[in-house]
Write a protein that binds this ligand. Structure first.
Ligand SMILES: *[C@@H]1O[C@H](CO)[C@@H](O)[C@H](O)[C@H]1NC(C)=O
Ligand SMILES: *[C@@H]1O[C@H](CO)[C@@H](O)[C@H](O)[C@H]1NC(C)=O
Ligand SMILES: *[C@@H]1O[C@H](CO)[C@@H](O)[C@H](O)[C@H]1NC(C)=O
Ligand SMILES: *[C@@H]1O[C@H](CO)[C@@H](O)[C@H](O)[C@H]1NC(C)=O
Ligand SMILES: *[C@@H]1O[C@H](CO)[C@@H](O)[C@H](O)[C@H]1NC(C)=O
Ligand SMILES: *[C@@H]1O[C@H](CO)[C@@H](O)[C@H](O)[C@H]1NC(C)=O
Ligand SMILES: *[C@@H]1O[C@H](CO)[C@@H](O)[C@H](O)[C@H]1NC(C)=O
Ligand SMILES: *[C@@H]1O[C@H](CO)[C@@H](O)[C@H](O)[C@H]1NC(C)=O
Ligand SMILES: *[C@@H]1O[C@H](CO)[C@@H](O)[C@H](O)[C@H]1NC(C)=O
Ligand SMILES: *[C@@H]1O[C@H](CO)[C@@H](O)[C@H](O)[C@H]1NC(C)=O
Length: 700
């Protein structure tokens, strides 16, 4: 009476306490366990409590977890009052060491799930009527119990007419895996093996289980597959097999041929090692006309090789997992595939200059190429992958992004973690920036040898600008030239620091370059100044249509005897003295700028032509001459003419009309004066006659 009351109080209390909370709290009636209430029902978790005797539980218990305890004994009617219990978990106890009494599960008419795995139970010793009360049971787990040599399980499970899923141990049987009794389980859809050793599967093995949809024999080591072991399973959608490491075995072909008569959607095969010596392409051939959607062939070694590995995938296939297969190369036609997993293979060398796809385009959304020793990917590797969302290239040896991604408008994740990337170059940065603008792309660069140097500062600044596009950026590290590592957790500061260091460096470079440029400029100016007249002379001579080389020896015929260069102040002297005394008296031809220069012609061209066409150039030196730009131009041009066109002959004749102090003369003129090629105008009538005579001698 007292306990019933306490129980009642507990129910009320716990309901009040826990209304609105979904978390577990210590149960009132038994502090060892934790409780949770929803909609007036109790969920009790007594796992890992070292319980050895099953306590009493409230009537409204719906789920009960007694796993991982020391329970050795289940008496009859233990759960009698728990009419509403739907789940009972007795996994990993020591039940098998003693016994379950025949009527242990009486009263559990609503139980839907019973978990009895890992209890060292012997199926042989279980009471025949044990499961009879469990009329609602849907899921039964009896895995990892029985010792080798157990008989068929049909005897104890046949009363469970509503059973849909059975997980159990199969030991060392051949032929009839199940006796006829199991055929009463009309609803059984799912079979999963625990401990399992099967010598052989043949057409009788599943003869009584024709409604099976899900068959997981991945824990079995099956020695032989006969033809048609699965032929009767017309509803079979999922099959998982494990070939373990047994040699001398060829049953895979039989399995694949059987698949035509099933509804297979998902096929998992592990450890084909030693069984096939080439790429398991038969799988695709045999499954071509089935409704297969998912194929997983993993942990299988492709021994040998050398043959072509070109296969056309079944059109219905969407997911292909070939991970951990030691693949060296492969090429598939996969227009309809949506996910491809080839992690843990050796495709690095092959993918450096080949693609794996043999069709122009694919529906692929996810590709996993991690752990493949990839150091370089061919530029076009993802061409035709317009729907691609995720690329996993983690755990490879990439040092650069060499593949084209610009067309991957649906890309969400590019996983480049655990590679050897130091930075992206400007081309790659541009491409990815464009993608950032148009897609939701995120990039994972964790565990790369990123560089924190002046040559990567562009890259770092760019990362700073797009920090939210880099997954786990706070855990990136980058390395300075000094071999120090910094974490990106205060990335902004790091980049600012590098920026500052590098701008110093850039400043030094800029200053040094500016210095060098200035030096070169000064040198050039010096040279140009030093050779200014030579350059000018060359320039005008090149422009002049009269320019030609005049050999010295030949008796040259000049148009003029002399070109007279004078400043306008001396015009009277020219008209009144020069023309009468030279032209008229001696019949000479003089070239005078006022009279003989061609109008319309550039004055400098006129000057150079006059110098070139005259035997001598007479400079009438006065103070005005020295100050006149054009006079000095003519003087210098005539000097150059002497040097460059007349083989060093002196063309110039200086006539000093004014008295001029030597210090007033330009250096060049002084040199000529010292060479005696000058004459002074006497300014008295006797001297003048002599002067004109001398002139005649020189000019004719
Ligand atoms: C439990 O099951 C019994 C009998 O089926 C029912 O009368 C009762 O309302 C259920 N609920 C609770 C909270 O006990
Ligand atoms: C029972 O508890 C164990 C340990 O806490 C847990 O792993 C297991 O999933 C639980 N069982 C169920 C059916 O929830
Ligand atoms: C049950 O036994 C299997 C095989 O020994 C083991 O892998 C698994 O972890 C065990 N499960 C529990 C819950 O102890
Ligand atoms: C299976 O049976 C064979 C012969 O019947 C026996 O040699 C082998 O030990 C048995 N294996 C197991 C795991 O019971
Ligand atoms: C698939 O079916 C088509 C027509 O039903 C047939 O022509 C083709 O040979 C079959 N392919 C395979 C690999 O069985
Ligand atoms: C790959 O397969 C080998 C051989 O079957 C196995 O030993 C290894 O653990 C597997 N590796 C991974 C990562 O699955
Ligand atoms: C694929 O590998 C085989 C053997 O390793 C080789 O003979 C074949 O040429 C390779 N194919 C390509 C396209 O590299
Ligand atoms: C960046 O790298 C790619 C691939 O290595 C190369 O094609 C491109 O010319 C590089 N761009 C620059 C600016 O160095
Ligand atoms: C990238 O790959 C690594 C290694 O496989 C993984 O740990 C990480 O979670 C992946 N990153 C993202 C964003 O999924
Ligand atoms: C970053 O690294 C720390 C320490 O290695 C780790 O605890 C944390 O989970 C990492 N964060 C992310 C987002 O990976």
């Amino acid at each position: 009476m007292r306990s019933v009351f306490l129980l009642f109080m507990y129910v009320v209390n716990s309901t009040i306490l826990s209304s609105n909370t979904t978390n577990y709290y210590p149960c009132r009636y038994n502090a060892l366990c934790r409780c949770k209430t929803t909609e007036g029902f109790l969920h009790i978790d007594c796992s890992f409590r070292k319980i050895s005797r099953i306590p009493h539980f409230p009537r409204n218990t719906r789920t009960l977890n007694l796993s991982n305890n020391y329970i050795t004994y289940i008496e009859k009617n233990t759960f009698h009052g728990l009419k509403n219990l739907t789940l009972l978990d007795l996994t990993a106890n020591k039940v098998g060491q003693v016994k379950i009494e025949p009527h242990a599960f009486n009263g559990l008419g609503h139980l839907r799930m019973l978990l009895l795995a890992n209890n060292s139970l012997s199926y042989n010793d279980l009471p025949e009527e044990l499961f009879t009360p469990l009329v609602s049971l849907v899921i039964l787990n009896l895995q990892f119990n029985t010792l080798p040599g157990n008989i068929a399980i049909g005897r104890i499970v046949s009363p469970l007419l509503n059973l849909e899923s059975l997980e159990f141990d199969i030991s060392n049987q051949s032929g009839h895996l199940f006796d006829r009794q199991i055929s009463s389980l009309h609803k059984l859809r799912k079979l999963v093996s625990g401990y399992c050793s099967i010598l052989m599967l043949d057409k009788f093995s599943f003869a009584y289980l024709q409604q099976l949809e899900h068959l997981d024999l991945s824990s079995c080591s099956i020695s032989k597959f006969r033809r048609c072991a699965f032929c009767t399973l017309r509803r079979l959608e999922f099959l998982s097999l494990n070939f373990h490491l047994r040699g001398k075995f060829g049953g895979i072909g039989n399995v694949l041929k059987d698949m035509k008569s099933t509804s297979i959607k998902s096929l998992k095969i592990r450890h084909l090692l030693c069984v096939v010596t080439k790429f398991p392409g038969d799988v695709f051939v045999h499954l071509y006309n089935t409704s297969i959607q998912f194929i997983e062939i993993t942990d299988s070694l492709r021994v040998g090789g050398g043959e072509s590995t070109f296969y056309k995938l079944p059109p219905s296939l969407q997911h292909l997992d070939l991970s951990n297969d030691t693949l060296i190369n492969f090429s598939l036609q996969m227009p309809f595939l949506t996910s491809l997993n080839v992690r843990y293979n050796s495709l690095g060398v092959f993918l450096a200059d080949h693609t794996y796809m043999n069709s122009p385009q694919t529906d692929l959304k996810i590709i996993d190429l991690s752990w493949n020793s990839i150091y370089h990917l061919v530029f076009s590797i993802f061409h035709g992958h317009s729907k691609l969302k995720r690329i996993d290239l983690s755990h490879n040896n990439l040092v650069d992004v060499t593949f084209d991604m610009s067309h991957l408008i649906n890309l969400r994740l590019l996983n480049l973690s655990h590679n050897s990337l130091s930075h992206f170059n400007d081309t790659t940065i541009d491409t990815i920036t464009n993608m950032f603008k148009n897609t939701e792309l995120k990039i994972d660069l964790t565990k790369n040898a990123l560089d924190c140097g002046c040559h990567t500062v562009n890259f770092l600044r760019w990362m700073l600008e797009y920090t939210d596009r880099f997954e786990r950026i706070e855990n990136y590290t980058c390395k300075f030239d000094t071999k120090d590592y910094v974490l990106f957790s205060d990335f902004k500061q790091t980049v600012q620091h590098i920026d500052k260091e590098c701008s110093k460096y850039t400043l030094i470079i800029a200053l040094v370059s500016a210095g060098i440029i200035a030096a070169i400029f000064v040198l050039c100016c010096g040279l140009i100044y030093r050779y200014r007249w030579t350059l000018r002379y060359m320039y005008y001579m090149t422009r002049s249509k009269y320019y030609r080389y005049k050999p010295v020896d030949v008796d040259e015929i000049y148009t003029y005897n002399a070109f007279v260069s004078y400043s306008d102040n001396e015009r009277d002297f020219i008209i009144n003295e020069c023309i009468p005394n030279l032209e008229e008296a001696f019949n000479m031809r003089l070239c005078l700028h006022q009279r003989d220069f061609l109008p319309g012609q550039d004055i400098t061209v006129n000057m150079t032509n006059a110098i070139h066409d005259s035997k001598r150039t007479v400079c009438v030196i006065t103070k005005a001459f020295l100050e006149s730009y054009f006079c000095m131009f003519e003087f210098n041009m005539a000097r150059m003419e002497g040097i460059y066109s007349r083989d060093g002959q002196n063309v110039l004749l200086l006539v000093f009309y004014d008295r001029i102090q030597p210090k007033e003369l330009p250096l060049m003129m002084l040199e000529l004066v010292q060479q005696q090629s000058y004459i002074e105008y006497p300014h008295d009538s006797a001297g003048n006659v002599l002067f004109w005579e001398k002139m005649k001698e020189v000019l004719i």
